[in-house]
Ligand binder design. Structure first.
Ligand code: NDP
Ligand code: GDR
Length: 324
């Protein structure tokens, strides 16, 4: 039975990846940081089948201890400060988690067990002000936020440890992926959660920033399969993971409101406070290499994804009245 260590297991992707690896017969261990209250909502349904170890990306010795005690064959480094607007408010902390945290994890692996295969969660935000359309593995980076800059560092340090020390360390450049487990602050979930609240009579307005922003949105459950596939290859290589289609924030709004037969124009307000200092206007991925080499294809389409999220938010609200 192979063993995987997943950092960020309490996050959206960590929870889907843990389910995926359990189904493949893995022993799954997750790194969790200390908190005054437990934050295991996304993994409580599998908690009796996974093992949690404590550690923090800020603390190298905790990572060394975690790698030593778990003794994994594979490490998935998903932990990060992942919300782009927060990265302007906490740029140094974002750099510590999202950039230097990667070096700490690579160092822990190099020191304890260099044969480990490591997946690094890189991001389409690295393309930022895009230099090519669509974006592929060879498109130059131009990040537009402290988060994007930190991810570029994480990406290149992963490449560098591969080239310097021969580690099997790969970087998946994933475009936006969503699900009913997406954090409430990200735009798709903010919209679907608000639509459910408006439908239930609990809210009457949704304030949004840039409605024209375009993203290549897929389903998180599909994307974790690509992470695993990258670590099963003969040689370590980086991959773009995307659907190859893009939509605007306005498209998300239209689908979500029409799912519950409401006219979005009556509820949505543009709020300049929610505009970013420097936004990423449009991202579109080219997943051709992943299709060819990994045999990876997304299964859930855009409309189906947004409707799935609206339905889940409606169900959750019906269940506990708060949608959480
Ligand atoms: P989430 O924000 O849902 O989860 C982030 C996870 O990181 C949480 O489990 C969080 O723990 C953990 N974490 C944060 N800081 C630390 C730390 N200092 N030490 C240990 N753990 C920490 O992110 P997603 O699941 O959406 O994304 C997973 C990864 O993929 C991230 O690196 C993100 O930047 C990247 N990514 C995501 C994309 C997406 O569209 N979702 C696209 C491309 C890349 P806690 O619960 O304690 O806060
Ligand atoms: P993003 O996701 O920044 O692409 O990062 P987010 O859902 O936050 O924003 C997408 C686009 O929507 C516009 N937008 C709004 N965004 C939010 N959050 N709230 C709003 O009210 C709003 N109105 C308009 C934004 O301006 C932006 O253009 C996500 C994260 O998961 C990163 O960790 C990951 O690396 C990238 O996706 C790929």
């Amino acid at each position: 039975m192979p063993t995987a260590l997943v950092t960020g297991i309490t996050g959206q992707d960590g929870s889907y990846l843990a389910e995926f690896l359990l189904a493949k017969g893995y022993r799954v261990c997750g790194l969790v940081r200390r908190s005054s209250t437990e934050n295991f909502d996304r993994i409580k349904h599998i908690q009796d089948r996974i093992q949690l170890v404590s550690g923090d990306l800020l603390d190298l010795s905790s990572l060394v201890d975690a790698v030593r005690s778990v003794d994994p064959e594979e490490v998935y480094n998903l932990a990060a400060q992942s919300f782009v607007p927060t990265s302007w408010q906490q740029p140094v902390l974002t750099g510590e988690f999202t950039a230097l945290g990667v070096t700490r994890m690579l160092e822990a692996i190099r020191t304890v067990k260099p044969g480990i295969r490591m997946y690094q969660a890189s991001s389409s935000e690295m393309f930022g002000k895009v230099q090519q359309v669509p974006q592929s593995e060879t498109t130059p980076f131009y990040p537009r936020s402290p988060y994007g800059v930190a991810k570029v560092y994480g990406h290149w340090i992963t490449v560098n440890y591969r080239e310097s020390y021969g580690l099997f360390a790969v970087s998946g450049i994933l475009f936006n992926h969503e699900s009913p487990r997406r954090g409430l602050e990200f735009v798709t979930r903010k919209i679907t959660h608000a639509v459910a609240r408006i439908k239930m009579g609990l809210a009457n307005e949704l304030r949004l920033g840039n409605l024209n922003a375009k993203r290549d949105w897929g389903f998180a459950g599909d994307y974790v399969a690509a992470m695993w596939a990258m670590l099963q290859q003969e040689k370590p290589e980086d991959f773009v993971i995307a659907t190859g289609t893009a939509h605007t924030v306005r498209d998300v709004v239209e689908i979500a409101f029409s799912r519950v037969d409401l006219d979005w124009r009556r509820y949505v307000r543009e709020d300049s406070q929610l505009m970013r200092p420097a936004d990423v206007d449009a991202l579109l991925g080219d997943p051709a290499k992943a299709h060819k080499v990994l045999g990876w294809e997304p299964k859930v389409g855009f409309k189906e994804l947004i409707e799935m999220m609206v339905d889940a938010d409606l169900m959750a609200l019906g269940r506990d009245g708060r949608g959480r």
